[in-house]
Design a protein around this ligand. Structure first.
Ligand code: XMP
Length: 321
């Protein structure tokens, strides 16, 4: 299949997919997991074009989303695109299940399974939904097949759902850059199309080890500061992916009043990539790093150090888990 590198190719893909979706779905109903990331947003927009109100989007707040994210999903999809959108606050449910679990693959499995359960519950409340939409993209499939990592979008549906739902995955053969191209051609807002890739398990993979609510807040708050400062420095949309990690590890520090601290470090990751299979670190400006460090150490609770990860992929993955 030809890679989507131009608006014309994106338009052709959209026209083809709308026809294919209409042929697959007919007057059936689709339930879509709308995380608010570029993949599921593009799938939602394609489905809105293809079947309109026969699409029901479900946004699950699993407590591992970035600051302001659930609010933005509601604003863009419910208010601007007029989609059928159900918002589910499942924060306690996810965090309770994850308490004390430190193995990364087990965390991913719990989040994935809980996600499916929430959907199953929602689906059973809705009459006549036969299809399940998913924002699976090509690297997800490849990495799952290679056994590099479990991916919540691929497989793992309980038998009763497998029997009941047919999957609708219109971007499953696209790479991330192609999905963005399609999103742009669909007329989605710039901030959504240029949104950074974000893992399904969300901040859960960036709060390494067993997730605690306080350390998760440190991830969320430091991530918000990095995003704000990157935007102010004109780097939003230019650097491919940037975020923070808070390891399950403390080190000594000292306050301005000479009080000893024992607190977490925040790790900043900022990389450029085409399709996530390889990546290079962004050569960040020293003054910007200093500014971010000053903000994080003064504004984020429980943190006394900031580090910048300069590792390319390979050898490091983009995420820390
Ligand atoms: P790694 O860490 O393997 O990540 O270098 C490659 C890219 O994939 C994103 N990522 C995910 N995306 N669901 C997703 O949709 C996931 O479970 C997932 N895990 C990692 C990661 O952010 C990076 O862009």
């Amino acid at each position: 299949m030809e890679r989507i590198t131009t608006k014309e190719l994106a338009d052709a893909f959209i026209a083809e997919q709308i026809e294919a979706l209409q042929a697959q779905i007919g007057d059936g109903k689709v339930l879509l997991a709308l995380s608010g990331g570029v993949d599921s947003s593009v799938v939602a927009a394609l489905l809105i074009k293809a079947i309109g109100k026969n699409l029901t989007c479900v946004h699950v707040n699993h407590g591992l989303l970035r600051k302001g994210e659930p609010e933005q999903v509601i604003k863009v999809f419910k208010e601007e695109l007029n989609a059928n959108l159900i918002y589910i606050d499942a924060v306690d449910r996810f965090l309770d299940k994850l308490a004390g679990v430190s193995d990364p693959e087990t965390k991913r499995k719990i989040i994935g399974e809980e996600f499916i359960d929430v959907f199953a519950e929602e689906a059973r409340k809705l009459d006549g939904v036969k299809f399940l939409g998913q924002g699976t993209i090509y690297p997800d499939i490849v990495e799952s097949e290679k056994g590099v990592k479990a991916h919540h979008n691929v497989g793992g549906l309980p038998q009763d759902l497998q029997d009941r739902f047919e999957l609708v995955e219109p971007v499953k053969f696209l790479y991330k850059d192609e999905v963005r191209m399609v999103g742009k051609a669909l007329g989605l807002p710039d901030n959504m199309v240029n949104r950074q890739p974000f893992p399904g398990p969300g901040l859960g993979v960036r709060c390494t080890g067993a997730i605690t609510r306080d350390r998760l807040e440190a991830v969320r708050e430091s991530d918000a500061i990095v995003r704000e400062e990157f935007a102010a420095a004109g780097l939003a949309g230019k650097v491919w992916q940037y975020f923070t990690i808070v390891p399950d590890y403390k080190s000594t520090g000292i306050t301005e009043n000479s009080e000893r601290t024992y607190a977490w470090p925040v790790v900043i990751r900022a990389v450029n990539s085409i399709d996530a299979t390889s990546a290079t670190p962004e050569p960040l400006d020293w003054a910007l790093l200093n500014k971010i460090t000053a903000r994080i150490t003064s504004e984020v609770k429980g943190v006394n150090r900031v580090l910048y990860d300069v590792t390319p992929k390979p050898t490091g993955t983009i995420e820390w888990e």
